[in-house]
Design a protein around this ligand. Sequence first.
Ligand code: ATP
Ligand code: MG
Length: 374
Amino acid sequence: MNLIAHFDEIFLKGNNQKLFIECLKNNLCALFPGTKVKRIEAGLWIENFQETDILRLALVPGVANFAIAFTCELDIEKIRNAIVDYDWGVDISTFRIKAERSDKRYPLNSIQIEKQLGSDINKKFGYKVNLNKADLTIHINIGSEQAIIFGNQFTGAGGLPVGSSGKVMCLLSGGIDSPVAAYKMMTRGAEIELVHFQNQTQVTEEVSQKIMDLAAVLARYHGKINLHIVPFAQWQKQIVINIPSDYRMLLTRRIMLKIADKIAKKQKCLALVTGDSLGQVASQTLENLTAVYQSVETLKLSPLIGENKLSIMTLARQLNTLEISNRPYEDCCSLFVAKHPQTKARLKDVVGLENRLDLSTIDKTEYISYHIGM
Ligand code: ATP
Ligand code: MG
């Protein structure tokens, strides 16, 4: 099938619009092999698209909406025949026609086109016109060489295409939040890489599989993703031995940021991204986030900071990460879950405790990198 896709924010990009559109075109070609994508006056024309990929397209950053579409010669009689012969689907009782002219030289204006064709649709199918809330909107876009005709539009993710605003390193745990945070950055145009710290737990294998599966889901909307897995058992040991239980989580997160920062620099990522959401758990109070984020100078971004859990879960469900995140394997052992975790850490205390750890090995951290496809 063929589709017409539109953008939203890309339109605000003035002279740079072309670059953003080119980026989106390339992303679509890579994500949906076998399709052909070209820029037309009305948006992007996608040929040879597989119906089974529609839900996935709805989550590709940069596509604001799209519809199944067909072309027709500019002749009004031919357009009329095309729309009355088309199967517009079931459960329709009201409709409207929305004509738009990308090429204003066309002899009929939009209102004339809508009026002429509206009565034909009404006669053929018996649908009633409703301009405010129609079951079906038939769009007719008059271009300079052809008309493009399409029905109801699917809503897309919108925003900016992946790769149009630089690269970030996302800290991916096995939880619900961090994959959603990574996706949010994608819709702002960021290319992402992922880093996971592999704790020693009773289910390390299962957690690793979870991480691979989460990365593969994100790759379905992003394209291939670099995933770096860092063994963390030695750090866990050091932290349990040297740090009182109420501070362990905070020190853990500071060390994670330091190591993530090394990898980020090597991979030319300009920011570190976490799934923190203010107040969600003990480690995410303003005091604690201050103490954790001070660990490295690099820009830290937390796109979920102002989101509530329910909206994060809704997006996780749409993305198909929720089911994976909900697998019952924790990436953290019980020694790190304090009965009374510190909620108002003082930076001074945290830095003092950190001096008990041997930070000299951070530079030599070994990790394994994977290139995860969808
Ligand atoms: P999530 O659902 O993303 O795990 P959470 O609410 O469980 O979040 P924490 O466990 O406190 O919160 O983690 C906060 C953030 O720290 C995570 O969103 C993630 O970005 C990062 N993080 C935590 N554990 C790991 C890990 N093992 N590897 C990589 N990043 C981690
Ligand atoms: Mg977690």
